[in-house]
Write a protein that binds this ligand. Structure first.
Ligand SMILES: [Zn+2]
Length: 293
């Protein structure tokens, strides 16, 4: 067995001759660890697992310390209201979805397209680096039949970066994704770099799901890009972990007026469950810290 740990990891790499940067994400148990906290229909689980996997490929491309969030917002009355994944700089990942039961049940066909699920929605990236820092936010209309296409469109339009993704996902939500991004060069080299970029994209399209799910990142990347000077950086471990806590929820409850607290309480108790992880919290109305009203 390989000593190299690759389960639930993000591996950054560079194709130095072509000036292409890449990220390979191998998720064995992580999507299922998140999905089993929820009780979503399978069509939601599938698109959420895609969002989780692709979102992780991107969190490292925006250099960040803090929380990276990728959200897909559906159009008014679309089957899916929103899907969201967030990743912090320690590799903690959580995700959730909100959808309309009746519209999901009314979907026909095995694999609905993104426009069928979300209508004229949009995609938003946020990087939150904590208090007293600016939040970075990028928003773009959904444009494409798959999430991959929408993300490619985002980078081309908003960041002027050629970007492509490979993604494979099993029925049990094991996943592998690879992102390639053409780095901006100096003008002299730029003419040739497009040939090298298209070669890298063509090589990426030759991956078979079986290879992607069974080989380690170094094995797969060396097999694909053997003609390149390939640099593989240290990988990052990922795990499911939610940031909710009783204190954080209590902070939110303190912003309610006494009347509002009474309105949401049942027999003097307020019950809150975290949308991201399903953890349940309960508070005695009289014990919730008072706000200034
Ligand atoms: Zn939680």
């Amino acid at each position: 067995m390989s000593k190299y740990t690759f389960k639930n990891t993000l591996t950054p790499f560079y194709l130095e001759t072509s000036s292409v940067r890449g990220r390979m994400v191998c998720l064995h148990t992580l999507p299922m660890d998140i999905i089993k906290r929820h009780n979503y229909p399978n069509v939601i689980n599938h698109v959420l697992a895609e969002l989780i996997t692709l979102g992780i490929t991107l969190c490292n491309t925006f250099k960040f310390e803090g929380i990276f969030t990728l959200q897909v917002q559906g159009a008014k009355a679309a089957p899916i209201s929103f899907l969201v994944v967030d990743v912090d700089s320690k590799g903690n990942v959580r995700a959730c979805a909100n959808y309309r039961d009746d519209k999901i049940a009314a979907l026909t066909g095995q694999n609905p397209t993104l426009p069928e699920l979300l209508g004229d929605g949009y995609l938003a990236f946020t990087i939150d680096q904590g208090e007293h820092t600016d939040r970075y936010q990028g928003i773009v209309e959904l444009s494409g039949v798959t999430l991959r296409e929408c993300l490619q469109h985002y980078f081309k339009q908003s960041e002027q970066l050629e970007t492509t993704f490979y993604l494979t996902l099993t029925e049990d939500f094991e996943a592998c994704a690879i992102m390639l991004q053409k780095l901006p060069f100096d003008a002299e080299k730029d003419v040739d770099s497009y040939d090298e970029w298209f070669t890298a994209v063509a090589l990426l399209s030759t991956i078979k799901p079986q290879e992607a799910l069974s080989l380690t990142p170094p094995e797969l990347l060396h097999r694909l890009f053997w003609q390149e000077s390939l640099r593989i950086d240290e990988n990052k471990q990922l795990q499911f972990k939610c940031r909710c806590s009783k204190d954080k929820i209590e902070d939110v409850l303190t912003t309610l007026s006494h009347e509002e607290k009474i309105a949401v309480a049942k027999e003097g108790m307020i019950y809150v469950s975290c949308d991201y992880c399903g953890e349940k919290y309960e508070f005695d109305v009289d014990d919730v810290k008072k706000n200034n009203d």
